[in-house]
Design a protein around this ligand. Structure first.
Ligand code: AMP
Ligand code: FES
Ligand code: ZN
Ligand code: ZN
Length: 309
């Protein structure tokens, strides 16, 4: 491996521990960690995501992204509490919960755990069996519901998720291919709070998967490597990710330029007209009070259906 660029600039000859392909940069472990943490802090500040006295709820799936996020937010001194939803998907959920508890132990922090079986009376696979909708779609609705519910109940003003740069750039690419104006008018690293929702932030929106993989390795952050067994074999988003990575290998900096131009020049154009695209009116669910498009929200409807069965 070549020499660390930062050490070299300081006149020190130290072998690099990592080569970052996206930026063509060799770094030693210490300078990689420093750069990683500095970049996350600058994303948080640039998009005015959070201040040190905000109460942040970090949604932890057990995967590398959200686990690295909880770790780094703690390291940077943010008031960030962990939160995990046990979906009841066999070994996958068991292992996810285990790693979340292990990290809570390392960080000496408490974590809020929501058990779907206790909340709704059935696990995700059972719910999906009884309700004729795609498992991932039901699961997504339920997860989003509990993100908001737990934040409201415990007075957190911000929810942070682990979506990384590769996720953001590939979903943007897919939505542009389909000219999804609704997506283009609201997708941004921060979604401001309103009367219905807490603020949603993605502090890793400019952090690549490659960087996160190295950060969890160097800092020995526990995480699960297996994917949810209910998800599709090759999700479309995965194909977009691969295409963009390949293009990026050929045209240096292409992905970053594409995403940053969207954030700076394209998003504001669509966001100015968001009322045109986001035409659905929200209300509060008559049963639980959470945001809903109908009198009764999707999760309360699921609860009712499960009771009828
Ligand atoms: P995904 O849609 O599975 O890629 O997850 C996106 C983000 O949602 C993750 O980075 C986490 O922040 C959050 N998340 C996913 N699954 C869970 C879960 N079971 N409990 C809490 N947060 C989750
Ligand atoms: Fe929800 Fe897989 S995590 S269906
Ligand atoms: Zn160095
Ligand atoms: Zn409800």
């Amino acid at each position: 491996m070549a020499l660390c660029r930062v050490c070299k600039d300081k006149g020190i000859k130290k072998e690099a521990d990592v080569f970052l392909k996206e930026d063509k940069l060799y770094l030693c472990e210490q300078h990689f960690n420093e750069r990683f943490e500095k970049n996350v802090l600058s994303t948080i500040k640039k998009y005015r995501m959070a201040k040190k006295d905000d109460k942040i709820l970090v949604a932890l799936s057990g995967g590398k992204d959200s686990m690295a996020l909880w770790y780094v937010l703690n390291k940077l001194g943010y008031n960030a509490k962990g939160f995990h939803i046990d979906l009841g998907i066999g070994e996958y959920s068991k292992k996810s919960k285990e790693v979340v508890l292990t990290l809570a132990n390392i960080l000496k922090q408490e974590v809020i755990i929501i058990d779907i079986k206790k909340e709704l009376g059935a696990t995700i696979p059972k719910i999906a069996n009884k309700i004729t909708r795609k498992t991932c779609a039901i699961c997504g609705t339920i997860k989003r519901y509990y993100f908001n519910y737990v934040a409201h109940k415990n007075r957190f003003n911000i929810i942070a998720t682990g979506h990384n740069f590769d996720d953001e750039v590939s979903t943007l690419f897919g939505n542009i291919l389909q000219w999804n104006f609704k997506y283009l008018s609201k997708k941004y690293p921060v979604l401001w709070e309103d009367e219905f929702f807490p603020r949603k932030i993605k502090p890793f929106a400019l952090t690549t998967e490659e960087e996160i993989i190295n950060y969890v390795k160097f800092n020995k952050i526990p995480y699960i490597t297996c994917r949810c067994p209910m998800s599709e074999n090759t999700p479309t988003n995965y194909i977009y990710k691969e295409i963009l990575l390949e293009l990026s290998g050929k045209f240096r900096g292409l992905r970053k330029k594409f995403y940053k131009t969207y954030l700076k020049d394209v998003f504001p154009l669509f966001n100015q007209q968001k009322e045109k695209y986001l035409n659905k009116k929200l209300t509060h669910c008559k049963i639980c009070g959470e945001p809903s498009l109908h009198e009764i929200c999707s999760v309360c409807q699921i609860k009712q259906k499960l009771k009828e069965n």
